[in-house]
Ligand binder design. Structure first.
Ligand SMILES: [Zn+2]
Length: 74
């Protein structure tokens, strides 16, 4: 039962991520694996995408690693 609930939450989360990337016009780049984590350089996917910020006109992305999130916020 618990496993099933987690699956549902994850699906909703992915749909929101897809919608978000579509809204900023980068869903194609996301699908092609052209976006990287600004901290560790890992390819950003729907699964590991965690955060985004805008810096001097550039969009910077962060994956879901705890270390990356910590560095990304500072
Ligand atoms: Zn990272």
């Amino acid at each position: 039962m618990k496993e099933r609930e987690e699956k549902i939450i994850r699906t909703i989360y992915h749909e929101e991520t897809n919608r978000f990337f579509k809204s900023i016009g980068l869903s194609e780049k996301l699908e092609k694996g052209e976006l990287q984590c600004n901290v560790c350089g890992e390819i950003i996917t729907v699964t590991n995408f965690r955060a985004v910020t805008r810096k001097e006109g550039d969009l910077l992305f962060c994956c879901d690693k705890e270390l990356c999130m910590q560095k990304f916020r500072t």
